[in-house]
Write a protein that binds this ligand. Structure first.
Ligand code: CAO
Length: 488
């Protein structure tokens, strides 16, 4: 793929902007007043403390962003694990609690290698440690209490009421460890649906994404991107990091709730924007306006129309007859309209009043894109990318998952990472999509079920060897015989 031009700001300008920002933000940055001891402690008087002196270690060699943060990870399936995996990528010590003998249900779902953890599990639980605890066993409850005292954040995405049924109410957790942040994903926030269990596609439907996705003459569509699960996990991670920041000032934890419906709506906010615009007239940038089809009472599905004021569409490229992904996205951004006309052999459109201005083009978009497509059909999607980028025309090849998996630049940046696993061998996972200059992510494989049980009980929670042996024989960390007999 051709490299895109990247706008670069002059270093001096950036430095000036950063100074201004830190003053606006109220962060004192005066070296003369720096404390010698860089340890971070919560301020006792509620006033903000000074920052430690800037590290002199090389970039990326002074630990990770969330070093020292310990997570009690009570998550399962996708929404919760996405969140905790991101926190683990950032350096948090993520301790995943799993049911003895079973574990996260996704370990066995969509299995592709017999007897090995599925990709569903391994790609969502990297960089974590796994401990098995029966949360309903008396000894298990005791271990959980100790974990609550030793952790900073509890993350869970059980069905409504499940955590409380385990005895882990907010009141109990807060009393046990007032500094603990309790972060939850639920399907819906407080209201008529708060007790409902929710999976990805339900959230996409309830959050407004499905009704605005697809083609006008077809049914609502869900998207392949997991905006309900992974999107909400991402929102939750943001909430956790900001709560950790607030805790440095207040010294106390708090509850965080991310409802999947809310997370999806946040990602679909431009459609709520359009809903309100609809009250003031037709949505002129939607293809249906140009086709003379009146709007109804709600935002319609817009097919492949581009979201903003830069009309775009998906166009066929060379090979489309046999390759389902031989397409490109093509945007007719106004400033480069002349370049598009020249490229596709329609230079006369530059001065033709029917085509020369964006408003004149709106009713003719279908014809315009059909004409551009006659040109893109003569090139591969990568040729279109190369040629158009020389003219600053925004286009994007439709990349298949196969192409993404094989794309060398994504391997170089650590966005696609190959890791080795003791039972399933090598597999690809998505690395940290957030790149930080001083917190470098090293992606590690997901843990086997209960792989770190002994290490966490003895090294983190301080149980002696005798106590560990007693816990082991109590049945709190091993599958019960009854369950094993049932399974057999
Ligand atoms: N020891 C003993 N029991 C355990 C356990 C452990 N370590 N871990 C979990 N359990 C038990 C729970 O106590 C609960 O049992 P009860 O129902 O008897 O209280 C049960 O396992 C799990 O309950 P659940 O409701 O969370 O799971 P489910 O499979 O019935 O539902 C889901 C799954 C995802 C629909 C539901 O958890 C949910 O709605 N979560 C919130 C929304 C969400 O995150 N959805 C995203 C799903 S995809 O990422």
């Amino acid at each position: 793929m051709a490299r895109r031009k990247v706008a670069t700001a002059k270093p001096k300008k950036i430095a000036k902007r950063m100074v201004k920002k830190s003053i606006v933000g109220g962060v004192t940055n005066r070296p003369a007043q720096m404390k010698a001891d860089p340890k971070v402690t919560a301020p006792s008087n509620g006033e903000w403390r000074e920052l430690p002196p800037p590290s002199t270690k090389p970039w990326g060699e002074d630990g990770k962003a969330l070093d020292g943060v310990r997570i009690l990870d009570f998550t399962h399936v996708q929404a919760g694990p996405t969140c905790t995996q991101l926190l683990a990528y950032m350096g948090a010590d993520c301790i995943k609690i799993e049911r003895p003998g079973a574990g996260d249900i996704t370990r066995g779902q969509l299995r592709d290698v017999k007897g090995a953890d599925s990709l569903y599990f391994t790609m969502l639980n990297g960089n974590k440690r796994s401990i098995t605890i029966d949360s309903k066993h008396p000894k298990g409850k005791e271990i959980l209490e100790r974990l609550i005292k030793h952790c900073d954040v509890l993350v869970e995405n059980f069905g409504p009421g499940t955590l409380e049924r385990m005895g882990l109410t907010w009141e109990y957790i807060h009393k046990t460890n007032p500094r603990m942040i309790v972060a939850s994903v639920k399907g819906f926030g407080p209201g008529p649906y708060e007790d409902c269990k929710v999976y990805e596609n339900i959230a996409q439907c309830a959050g407004g994404a499905a009704s605005t996705t697809g083609f006008r003459d077809g049914p609502p569509l869900v998207t392949g991107a997991q905006i309900g699960d992974s999107g909400t996990g991402l929102h939750l991670a943001f909430g956790i990091v900001t709560a950790l920041y607030q805790r440095m000032r207040t010294g106390r934890g708090q509850r965080i709730l991310c409802a999947m419906q809310d997370g999806v709506l946040n990602l679909a906010r431009v459609k709520l924007r359009d809903q309100q615009r609809l009250g003031h007239g037709p949505l002129t940038e939607y293809g249906q306006h140009g086709e003379g089809i009146p709007f109804g009472v709600a935002v319609p599905r817009a097919g492949n129309d581009s979201g903003g004021g830069q009309p775009g569409w998906i166009l066929k490229c060379k090979g489309w007859e046999t390759d389902p992904d031989a397409y490109t996205y093509f945007i007719t951004q106004a400033p480069i309209w002349g370049a598009i006309c020249d490229l596709i052999g329609k230079s006369e459109w530059k001065t033709d009043p029917d085509y020369a201005t964006p408003p004149a083009r709106l009713p003719r978009l279908r014809h315009i894109f059909n004409t551009i497509e006659e040109w893109t059909k003569t090139k591969t999607k990568f040729e279109v990318m190369d040629i158009c980028n020389q003219h600053d025309i925004p286009v994007g090849p439709i990349l298949s998952m196969k192409e993404i998996a094989e794309e060398p630049s994504l391997r170089t940046t650590g966005t696609v990472v190959e890791v080795d696993h003791p039972t399933r061998g090598k597999y690809l996972t998505v690395g940290n999509p957030v790149k930080m200059s001083d917190s470098i992510t090293e992606v590690r494989r997901s843990p086997l079920l209960g792989e770190h049980t002994e290490e966490i009980l003895t090294e983190v929670l301080g149980y002696s060897a005798e106590e560990y042996a007693a816990i082991k024989s109590s049945g709190a960390i091993t599958p019960s015989e009854k369950k094993e007999t049932e399974a057999a």
